[in-house]
Design a protein around this ligand. Structure first.
Ligand SMILES: [Zn+2]
Length: 208
């Protein structure tokens, strides 16, 4: 009897030990996979960028001042010591100056109730290009909606087809922002791409 109870104790300890090992492995895998997500975004950028033809692409702002924040991890501009992934490129221009459509496509989303403020999403094949902190607001009309910025002469409808280089909005300060700039985001096949790399390729292609 005494021998049996010792055996039970040992087997229970063994199980606890195994469970700890398994939990530990999951934790280790979870932590070591986190940085892989960062790398993935960059690798995909380089691969796609090299295989595109940039002839018809337009620089997204009419009056360029500077770049204020690149794509990638950064210290949060609003909160203490926290870091965040900045999913686009911030381009500074004068308040109220025009934004130009990067690539011919269709307006697939218009919103004005997130941290991005008034935002346009345009789809061009596998690409989605996003423009945030714009002037104006979204107006619901029947079953549809449009971006309304009357002072800028802008009325952009959901579902509308827009040409590359067309004026689609103006630089504003809507949403979470500390100064007038365009937050420009790009996605290819559902994955974020570094807009800075895209701009570099556009210049190479257009000056060739
Ligand atoms: Zn931004």
């Amino acid at each position: 009897m005494a021998n049996l109870s010792i055996f039970k104790l040992k087997s229970r300890n063994l199980w606890q030990f195994l469970i700890f090992i398994i939990l530990g492995l999951f934790l280790f895998l979870g932590i070591s996979l986190l940085p892989l997500q960062k790398v993935e975004a960059k690798d995909i950028s380089a691969e796609i960028i090299a295989t595109n033809n940039w002839e018809y692409a337009s620089f997204p702002v009419e009056t360029f001042r500077s770049y204020s924040s690149p794509f990638g991890y950064r210290k949060s501009p609003t909160g203490g010591n926290t870091t965040e992934f900045h999913k686009g490129l911030d381009i500074v221009g004068p308040l109220g100056s025009y934004i130009r459509n990067w690539w011919t496509g269709q307006v697939v989303e218009l919103t004005d109730n997130t941290a991005g403020g008034t935002t346009i999403k345009i789809q061009s094949g596998e690409w989605i290009h996003m423009y945030s902190h714009l002037m104006g607001k979204v107006v619901i009309s029947g079953n549809s909606r449009y971006l309304s910025d009357p002072e800028g002469g802008i009325e952009l409808w959901l579902g509308e087809q827009v040409e590359s280089g067309a004026r689609i909005a103006r630089i504003g300060m809507t949403g979470r922002t500390t100064g007038p700039h365009l937050h420009w985001g790009l996605k290819y096949a559902g994955k974020y791409v570094d807009p800075g790399l895209v701009l570099q390729e556009m210049y190479k292609g257009q000056n060739a």
